[in-house]
Design a protein around this ligand. Structure first.
Ligand SMILES: Cc1cc2nc3c(=O)[nH]c(=O)nc-3n(C[C@H](O)[C@H](O)[C@H](O)COP(=O)(O)OP(=O)(O)OC[C@H]3O[C@@H](n4cnc5c(N)ncnc54)[C@H](O)[C@@H]3O)c2cc1C
Length: 478
């Protein structure tokens, strides 16, 4: 796919942000209805988080979904879509004007409808030593391995909860890493009551079974009901400390074990990327079954802002197949919103996609429920653990601020008080951690902590590029 935007238009009917399975399906559906479509992604290659890289260590079930995605990609390439790879969207306003940054330039793109398909990010529960070189997220290790064939280290431990640990461990083992263990916080006895939800998802099980086969051959131990509670080393990671967890997920002091490793890959599941939806003025709601803070959507995947749609894991953590179905529905719904397809063509297709999505979402809900990090696990966040890596703010500083904020306690008041969330990631990593800390300290539900107020730019952009924009017709926000 060419990296092209030197002659890109200044306005389109539909802009799709994100070229993963959801974005590809949305762009194709909207383009098929005759609308002009821009497909924007900050990465240099299309495909998102799922459709990247080589085939090493991949199960047959994944290969089948990837083949479907690759087919979709080929269709999109020939659909006359305006591709903007290597372009970061850093602002979206309620008039549906996007602001992008690419090739050193900030530009504005007027649209009549937007589909946000910007995927998810990983959740991490911090612990002492999590900022040491050698500690990374499982997704980062997977991307290194998938796209570049690079291993995170020679002796690796994966820790956290959820199927991403299993998939990543199998891939690393297949590429030749010595995987010293998978440390999974949940326990199979917690999974049994949810067994019925697995019905009809045999492909997911055969995928897991293939990964387990790779791990069995590599003699990789799976430790259930345990967590990494510390990482240590002189200048980089040398060892991890593993503890057993009690029924509430609190680490037990007795029986801790040290393992020598040079890489630790951590993941506690995925959280939807909602900041662009929020900037556009869409209402969010807290739904842990969909992954936490998510946009409030109608049955056409439209937000509370007319013409602004959200599809895929930016709306609900449910896997690549669900993302493709949601993308198609959002693309068609955007076309319907702009009167580019008639209701009698849209409604039956919508009903078919809704049906499929419901089935796929059910499995996602089960995984999100089963592998949610238990509240007791938050006790691994000690006072001197950094919770905001960008601004180097510790949990101790945050808990002192929580005590001082009194009735004014919100994420934004913590931001003013301690500088959390003011760094380059704009709170994407620390906001969920802060929500958990507020809940731990006050006993109130996580939802009560709310979210940071969204502010542009959501990604770092050079100031001179924004300043140069003011001379264009759309320009920056007033
Ligand atoms: C780290 C990680 C690892 C995963 N590993 C697995 C796995 O091993 N097996 C599995 O089955 N599933 C895995 N998943 C889930 C799988 O990737 C998703 O189900 C699927 O990719 C969701 O598709 P999507 O289109 O919603 O989002 P994605 O595929 O994530 O695509 C989102 C795209 O949006 C782009 N984007 C985001 N924000 C902006 C912006 N501001 N400007 C421009 N572009 C932007 C991103 O660059 C990305 O290309 C993983 C997900 C993550 C996040």
């Amino acid at each position: 796919v060419p990296i092209a935007d030197a002659i890109s238009p200044l306005s389109v009917d539909v802009a799709v942000v994100g070229s993963g399975p959801a974005g590809l399906a949305a762009a194709l559906a909207a383009a098929e209805s005759g609308l002009t479509v821009s497909l924007i992604d900050e990465r240099p290659a299309a495909g998102g988080q799922y459709l990247v890289g080589n085939d090493v260590g991949q199960s047959a079930a994944v290969a089948a979904t990837e083949r479907l995605g690759a087919y979709l990609l080929r269709q999109v390439v020939t659909a006359g879509i305006d591709w903007r790879l290597g372009s970061t969207v850093w602002d979206l306003d309620s008039r549906l004007t996007l602001r992008l940054f690419s090739h050193g330039q900030a530009t504005a793109l007027k649209t009549r409808a937007v589909v946000l398909a910007c995927g998810a990010r990983e959740q991490v529960i911090p612990f002492p030593g999590w900022t040491l070189p050698g500690v990374m997220t499982a997704g980062a290790a997977q991307l290194l391995a998938k796209r570049y064939g690079v291993l995170p280290g020679k002796r690796v431990v994966l820790a956290g909860s959820g199927p991403l640990l299993l998939a990543t461990a199998a891939r690393l083992a297949a590429l030749g890493a010595h995987v010293a263990g998978i440390v999974e916080a949940s326990h199979p006895r917690m999974w049994l009551p949810h067994a019925r939800a697995a019905w009809g998802h045999g492909d997911r099980f055969s995928e897991a079974w293939e990964y387990l086969g790779t791990l069995r051959r590599g003699r990789v131990p799976y430790r259930f009901g345990q967590a990494v509670v510390a990482a240590s080393g002189e200048e980089k990671l040398e060892r991890v400390t593993i503890a057993r967890l009690d029924a509430a997920g609190r680490p037990l002091a007795e029986g801790c074990e040290d393992l020598a490793v040079d890489a630790l890959c951590v993941s506690f599941g995925l959280l939807p990327n909602t900041e662009l939806a929020q900037l556009g003025g869409a209402r969010l709601l807290f739904d842990p079954r969909r992954g936490g803070w998510v946009p409030d959507l109608d049955t056409s995947l439209q937000t509370t802002v007319p013409g602004l749609f959200v599809a895929g894991e930016a709306a609900s953590i449910a896997g690549a197949a669900a993302a493709m179905s949601a993308g198609r529905l959002a693309g068609l719904a955007a076309a319907r919103h702009l009167d580019s397809i008639p209701a009698d063509a849209f409604e039956p297709e919508k009903a078919r996609l809704e049906d499929r999505l419901r089935r796929e979402a059910r499995f996602g809900i089960t995984l999100n429920t089963l592998f949610a990090p238990p509240p007791g696990l938050d006790t691994i966040i000690t006072g001197d653990t950094f919770v905001c890596r960008c601004e180097e703010v510790t949990a101790g500083e945050v808990t002192a601020a929580i005590a001082n904020c009194g009735d004014w306690l919100t994420l934004d008041s913590l931001k003013i008080w301690t500088r959390v969330g003011q760094g380059p990631c704009q709170g994407r990593t620390c906001a969920p951690i802060l929500g958990r800390l507020i809940s731990r300290e006050t006993g109130r539900p996580i939802a009560d902590a709310g979210t940071f107020a969204a502010r542009p730019p959501v990604r770092p952009v050079p100031l001179h590029a924004i300043a140069a924009m003011e001379r264009t017709d759309v320009g920056v926000r007033q």
